[in-house]
Design a protein around this ligand. Sequence first.
Ligand SMILES: [Ca+2]
Ligand SMILES: [Ca+2]
Length: 460
Amino acid sequence: MRCRAYLLRFSALILASGPSLMATGEEALKKPNILMICLDDLNDWTGCLGGHPEVKTPNIDRLAERGRNFTNAHCVVPVCSASRVSIMSGLHATTHGSYEFGPSYQSLPALREAPCLQAWFKSHGYRTFAGGKVLHHGFQGPLKEAIDVDLGPSGGPRRKTGINWPGGPWDWGAYPEKDEQMPDYQLAQKTATLLKQKQDRPFFISVGIFRPHVPLLVPPRWFDLYDRETLTLPMAPKSDLSDLPPNLRGKINVEPVHEEVVRRKKWRDLVQAYLASVSFADHCVGTILEGLDNGPHAKDTIVVLWSDHGFHLGEKHQWAKRTLWEESTRVPFLFAGPGIEPGPCREAVSLLDLYPTLTELCDLPAPKRLDGLSLTPQLRNPREPRSRPVVISSFEGNHAIRTRDWRLIRYADGARELYDHRKDPDEFTNLASGPTDEKTWQSLAKWLPKKPAPEFRKKK
Ligand SMILES: [Ca+2]
Ligand SMILES: [Ca+2]
């Protein structure tokens, strides 16, 4: 009966139209726990997003099946630090001014008064645990207070010399021998052990797995899942580049450039290594979820899983992140737990929506400013439209607008791109390269940021 009471109460939290319907008395003091799993540089190459036909992610897929799978979710900025700062502050780059890899949360003046997600939950009675890469720079300085218990690092063992790409950050290979030698897996096991213990007050666990971030080094059994010779390479026709604005050339490439990967005949190796790293990360997710499912908090914990941004593996002849195209901005974003009905949602949503969604699900007040929208309407009804589209920014002055069906990009120099996802999910045909349907363009362009914050630069 107690379990049933929990379920009813959590369903009420999600389904109620206002606080008047919330449970009262002792029941109101009980809050759902949060288990937040974040992955690093994981694009849509999961079974539940269908980004690669051979990828094996059984654990993430199982979580997607039992919860709400936001299949059209996007980051705020497609690079680690700025993406994570935005998620954890609930504020857009156009508010805090971090559009590229760089400033820590605490160094941004606009965030001085903005409580990070974990600090907010802690100040409302939660015990907070965090391990691995959650904020890119960690919970340092004034943010240290946000975390009660440190669960340790993530990643893999470091190597002094490269295996396959000496001298570059892009190494890959079957290393080390066993999962147990990977701090990512050790962190997953530690989290699973924690989840098997009874907690006496609500908890918020943040756990950040580092793979599939480079270097793509994972144990051999993950490489063995994929046949290098027959695996599917991304579609990257040279003709796709002909309708792109010229401003892109050379500006957003990071090492390695696509031509170099092809020339050195390393495309297949890198795709295999990324797939292997994704499956290893999925195994870490499975280890954590096994802990939750076999512990005392399986029924009173909301699980949320996301990746900080996407990743190119040759699409549009690009590698890695930082572009404003689908492969760089689209991410897995899943909610599961008591009262959350299973099924996909195709509305365009932002990782910025995490903060207001979690505060509402847990019946906490919200900080005075959050730029995202609570997704509780879409958790109730997956066809409910989000009231405004998603805005993604990369480098100062460049922005994308993503709706259910469209992507608009406008660069700082005025260059334009427009893609119709109903007909062109790979964004091959830039409808803004010639005469553009102004009505469609304007209906999307009106959402472009009017007065974005200037880029924050540290005084020298
Ligand atoms: Ca990242
Ligand atoms: Ca094209």
